[in-house]
Design a protein around this ligand. Sequence first.
Ligand SMILES: C=C(O[C@@H]1C=C(C(=O)O)C=C[C@H]1O)C(=O)O
Length: 360
Amino acid sequence: MDISALYLKIQSHLDDQLPFVVYKKSEEEKLNCFLQNDNLLYELDSYNTSGFVFAPFDNRERTILIPKEKSKFYSVSITSNNETEHGIHDRLSYSVSNSVSKENYLQLVSNSIQAIEDDFFKKVVVSRKEKVSFSNKNPLKIFQRLIKSYSSAFVYLWYHPAIGIWLGATPETLMTIREDEFSTMALAGTQPYVDSLEVKWGAKEIEEQSMVTDFVLNELSPKVDRIERSKTYTYRAGSLLHLKTDIKGVLKNKESDINDVISVIHPTPAVCGLPKERAKSFILENEYYERKYYTGFLGELLINHNGSTESNLFVNLRCMEMDDDSAILYVGGGITKDSIPEMEWEETVRKTETMKKVLY
Ligand SMILES: C=C(O[C@@H]1C=C(C(=O)O)C=C[C@H]1O)C(=O)O
């Protein structure tokens, strides 16, 4: 099947209101797609199932699975010839309204800094949503634009009639497991990309990222042997730069439930805070909205690729929820004792650009 035929299949699945996910991993020149055969909502009850998982930030909410055995799976290479167009030039008129006002966000950041000064936690990641109204948009066209714009991201379009449409281009891997090989990353700290990766990082960013690295190494050590970490380096995600450390090792117990590993690292201090439970309860009580699937995770669970079983899970960042006439963009940032509220606001504004760029 070529890519145009796959897009037609996906479009008719969407028209028929049947669940699906289509996605591209950063290192691959192909699209993978699960088209679910029925319109039921399957909740994940065990990580020993195969399929595509879609998990919320708050693990008391339901985690959705598109089960492999209830769907057709396609993997189609993207060739430069037929990757193009699909009416990509229709311009969308749109308007933005701040669903969480700037004033509220500044207050939330100030309250977070105060809680750090009161020793309630060391770091917390707070966030907000922003609604963008428009007319005439097609989720598949937005997906195609995302693929073209963010070649180094995990780009996806996910749909379930009972939940809605989500799209994203995330720079962050939650974890990859191939047989017993395990890898993850610690990603935090943000500054705009201007024209170079040779940038200076402030003490605030260095500290907030190293908290993530230390947490991941610490939490994983009972479960993973031969842990190795890379040097911390500057990583580009679209028009933003982050600090990143790669971490890998070998699972001590190959048969252990992936859930074991997920429960210790999700949500990481890159999207929640430290200590985890305190930061999480602060977020749930103090943010002015519900994160839903933003800062949750998504991806392939126990899928056979070329003879080996893999799970490839990503943190749901730089994402949006979309309906007929609007999109809701979700953005946040890490707060430490050195945060400056106005700059934290600016950082979220820059992060909204990842999605706004493809809505123009
Ligand atoms: C929370 C987000 O991003 C996270 C927070 C970052 C930061 O605080 O600098 C950087 C990358 C991500 O780990 C987001 O994009 O919404």
